[in-house]
Design a protein around this ligand. Structure first.
Ligand SMILES: Nc1ncnc2c1ncn2[C@@H]1O[C@H](COP(=O)(O)OP(=O)(O)OP(=O)(O)O)[C@@H](O)[C@H]1O
Ligand SMILES: [Mg+2]
Length: 215
């Protein structure tokens, strides 16, 4: 709460309209900036011990070496990590939600959607071959250009908008040098391939996709 007031004081946002979604580990608020643009505030809940499970996604990443102990610090670090991952993606021109600001457990993002309603995810909408090709291209560019692996890619973490797919939820993303990066990459490709296959589309063998991306 205090962090949200600080964001109002520092003109990141003008006001908060309300809560959009409350999840187990985070809650999403719809806020508006001083120019009238919608902002999504992803607030990480500091009370959940679930964050302990997240250590493997941070330890081993060359960008995060000095770690303080404790769940609260872990949550702050997680928010910073998602912000950093998104920055890295936007720098390389990848279609991800644009990061605006991060402070403690609150991450401010460009709001994807309208009137406080988030855009539809792949899970909630019809998909076609073009969507499949797009997501494989994004996984490849993430790996080759941004040097990242999403690590939690699924139909729930990709918006389908009029201007194409937009990927979000980058807290789990790791540097390609992370010891588990190859496993995460393989899992991301499999998750997306199975989803599109389940929807009746012909997909390339995930093993071949993986080999191509790594070549
Ligand atoms: N930038 C955004 N603009 C609009 N809506 C968003 C944005 N980011 C997230 N959302 C909404 O909030 C939901 C949860 O976001 P996200 O996946 O990043 O958090 P999470 O902690 O992984 O939650 P979950 O466990 O539900 O996946 C998304 O499904 C989406 O509907
Ligand atoms: Mg998610």
């Amino acid at each position: 709460m205090l962090t949200m007031y600080q964001m109002i004081n520092s003109k990141i946002i003008a006001y908060v309209n309300g809560i959009v979604k409350a999840g187990k580990e985070s809650a999403l608020f719809w806020a508006v900036d001083p120019q009238g643009k919608d902002v999504a505030l992803k607030v990480f809940l500091t009370s959940t011990s679930n964050f302990k499970k997240r250590a493997p996604y941070i330890l081993g990443d060359p960008r995060f070496t000095h770690l303080k102990k404790g769940t609260r610090n872990m949550v702050y670090l997680w928010a910073q990590k998602e912000f950093k991952n998104l920055k890295q993606c936007t720098r390389h021109g990848l279609p991800v939600v644009k990061p605006i600001y991060v402070s403690k457990n609150v991450l401010a993002l460009e709001f994807v959607g309208k009137d406080g309603v988030p855009a539809t995810t792949l899970h909630e909408t019809d998909v076609d071959e073009n969507d499949y090709n797009q997501i494989i291209g994004i996984i490849r560019d993430l790996y080759k250009k941004a040097k990242l692996v999403h690590g939690d890619l699924s139909e729930y973490n990709v918006f389908k908008t009029q201007s194409g797919l937009v990927v979000f939820d980058f807290g789990s993303a790791v540097d390609t040098m992370h010891p588990n990066a190859q496993n995460f990459l393989e899992r991301d490709i499999k998750n997306m391939s199975y989803f599109f296959a389940k929807r009746g589309l012909t997909v390339e063998n995930p093993v071949d996709v993986l080999a191509k991306i790594q070549s």
